[in-house]
Design a protein around this ligand. Structure first.
Ligand code: SF4
Length: 296
């Protein structure tokens, strides 16, 4: 594999972001999902410029950065594509989730193209299933490459609320909700399988209209996932200050989930066939969804 040229002089700052390129020692993290079995998580970056205020990754052990610095630094893994190429023997009939600890299409990807180059490697692994999960319409810059995967690739777009004023508070550096809908529509229109991830579930204005919007985007599937708070999480106060503590209520989540099951009836039928109650009570502080959790 011929390495592509990297940015010659990585900027110290990228729109107020501290950029700290690094050479990664590993790139595929084994991941077990209770429903879909084993897979690998692939993160071409450490850190995330979207800096969502609830992000559970902010607490991951890090010698250089405190949780409150989350969103202010990113380490592009400069050797990610080459490392992935060297590990490709692990990927036969495996599933790769990109990414669980960063957004592969955060703004830096415009410059570094590490996610694209990792996808180019995965394209050469014909039995590997790929799930690209993002909050950004920047994913559209790789539309042709995504299409080349055919039905072994899914793009998951995270749209945790139907209200962009909520997004502006909790995901201030992530793309606006309308731009995510537009991205979902363009991807689906291009024949790419799209899943809407309502995760982590935030305050929703109109659940049924939200679910109908997801369906009309052309998405094939949707899932609803709960918020996971850290110990003594300052995000709890943010929720309280805005009157959004309802998002921690299992009944609230079940109501949203039911609206999505109604909008995606094929998923509902599969769920019922498994005799699993649609509104199964979830534990308080519901767990963050598994990598491949869906609505049904
Ligand atoms: S986009 Fe994902 S990884 Fe990035 S800050 Fe938001 S939740 Fe965390």
């Amino acid at each position: 594999m011929t390495p592509l040229p990297l940015p010659s002089e990585p900027p110290a700052l990228f729109k107020d972001l501290l950029v700290e390129p690094e050479e990664a020692r590993s790139i595929l993290r084994p991941q077990k999902d209770e429903r879909y079995g084993f897979g690998f998580a692939l993160s071409p970056y450490r850190g995330c410029g979207h800096g969502c205020r609830y992000c559970y990754v902010r607490e991951y052990p890090n010698a250089l950065h405190k949780p409150e610095d989350w969103g202010g630094w990113v380490s592009p893994k400069l050797n990610a594509p080459e490392l992935l190429w060297s590990q490709r023997h692990k990927l036969h009939q495996a599933r790769v989730f990109m990414a669980s600890a960063t957004d592969p299409y955060q703004p830096l990807e415009r410059q570094y193209r590490l996610s694209r180059r990792c996808l180019e490697v995965l394209l050469l692994c014909p039995t590997t299933e790929v799930i690209v999960h993002t909050r950004s319409p920047l994913v559209l810059q790789d539309l042709d490459l995504l299409k080349a995967f055919g039905d072994r690739l899914t793009v998951g777009l995270s749209i945790p609320t139907d209200d962009d004023t909520v997004r502006q508070v909790v995901e201030p550096h992530a793309p606006a909700i309308p731009s995510r809908w537009a991205a979902a529509e363009r991807l689906a229109a291009a024949g790419i399988q799209v899943t809407i991830g309502v995760a982590p579930l935030l305050a929703v204005h109109d659940a049924r209209a939200f679910a109908r919007r997801a369906k009309s985007s052309g998405a094939a599937n949707a899932w609803v996932g709960g918020l996971r708070l850290l110990k003594q999480d300052p995000f709890y106060k943010l929720l309280a200050d805005h009157g959004w503590l309802k998002v921690l209520d299992p009944d609230y989540k079940d109501g949203i989930r039911t609206a999505f099951l109604d909008a995606f009836p094929s998923r509902k039928r599969k769920r019922e066939a498994r005799t699993e109650p649609v509104a199964a009570p979830a534990p308080a502080m519901a767990r963050q969804p598994g990598l491949f959790d869906r609505v049904s």
